[in-house]
Design a binder for this molecule. Structure first.
Ligand SMILES: Cc1ncc(COP(=O)(O)O)c(C=O)c1O
Length: 305
């Protein structure tokens, strides 16, 4: 594969089968779509590039603008990286969920960082206040409300899944901003309505990257509200940390190096396969790889030892 620049390397991620060859998932064939293969190692690269393009198209991103957004980590990494590449300053808000590795990544790519509260919506509000207090200085990409976010997945992630799996029976993914599952789900409902769309949330008290605990007050973005209101999401599975951890171990045993978000979505996929007696190809979104979660993986392993 040959690329002219790293923008061309966003998307077209590989999918690998993870259920045992003896058919331990009933009649389903479960594949992980590995979004860790994107340039900054997560699914958020797709939305990040789309948000920047949207702001350029609207004339809201000028050469002297400072990019601004709030994220629990992966979007912040993507904005630091793509922002720097394009020559913009980048200021980010994150929160108590930010891992040391993601903080190092953000700082390595020269973005400035502030921590605000425990939820991304708190940083999002801080961004809005900042942008309003100095009009023209910041370009607030607003991943939680900008429809360029789900549109990126409608235009790329959804089509990639259907191209690779023309008979896909079910797609599963977690809800952070909801951009990925709204975009993928909408595409599926238009092109292959019989494909079941299942979303994953954290159960109360569970903190997992990219997997909102809406029961505990995580913010439901307009994309998440629309996904339910428009009946794009067919079912929801809520997961606990111990289930995500056990499923992450299971993935490790088949050579998929992933963090607990991926494990949680894999667990939810197995629950949904059984609940709906699904047969045929099932694809779940692995939002990033183990590299971005190594400290948490090691801490859990040491705690269990
Ligand atoms: C690892 C990971 N997976 C999934 C998601 C969820 O993506 P979305 O914001 O599109 O709902 C995120 C979002 O932060 C993430 O970091």
């Amino acid at each position: 594969m040959r690329f002219d620049d790293v923008f061309a390397m966003v998307g077209r991620t590989p999918s690998v089968r993870v259920d045992a060859p003896d058919g331990d998932a009933g009649g389903a064939e479960i594949y992980a779509k590995l979004e860790g293969y994107n340039p900054t190692g997560s699914i958020k690269d797709r939305a990040c590039v789309a948000l920047i393009r949207d702001k350029l198209d609207r004339g809201e991103l000028r050469p002297d603008s400072c990019l601004l957004d709030a994220s629990s980590g992966n979007m912040a990494c993507a904005l630091a990286y793509f922002g720097r590449l394009l020559g913009y300053r980048t200021h980010l808000f994150s929160n108590s969920k930010l891992t040391d590795d993601k903080r190092s990544f953000i700082e390595y790519f020269d973005a400035t960082l502030e921590l605000e509260g425990s939820f991304t919506i708190e940083g999002n509000r801080a961004c809005r206040r900042m942008a309003e207090s100095e009009p023209g200085r910041y370009c607030f990409t607003d991943q939680l409300h900008n429809w360029a976010n789900p549109q990126a997945h409608y235009e790329t992630t959804g089509p990639e899944i259907l191209e690779t799996f023309p008979d896909v029976a079910m797609v599963v993914g977690s809800l952070g901003s909801g951009g990925s599952m709204y975009g993928v789900g909408k595409y599926m409902k238009e092109r292959r309505p019989q494909t079941r769309v299942v979303v994953v949330e954290s159960a109360s008290g569970t903190k997992l990257p990219g997997t909102g605990a809406f029961v505990d007050g995580d913010y439901r973005t307009p994309f998440i509200e629309a996904g339910f209101a428009e009946e794009i999401f067919d079912d929801t599975v809520r997961i606990h940390l111990h289930e995500a951890q056990a499923a992450t171990e299971r993935l490790k045993s088949v050579g998929v190096f992933a963090g607990f978000q991926t494990g949680g979505v894999y667990h939810a996929t197995r629950v949904a396969v059984e609940r709906h007696e699904v047969r045929g190809p099932v694809v779940f979104l692995s939002g990033d790889s183990g590299w971005k979660n190594l400290a948490a993986l090691r801490a859990a392993a040491e705690g269990a030892a």
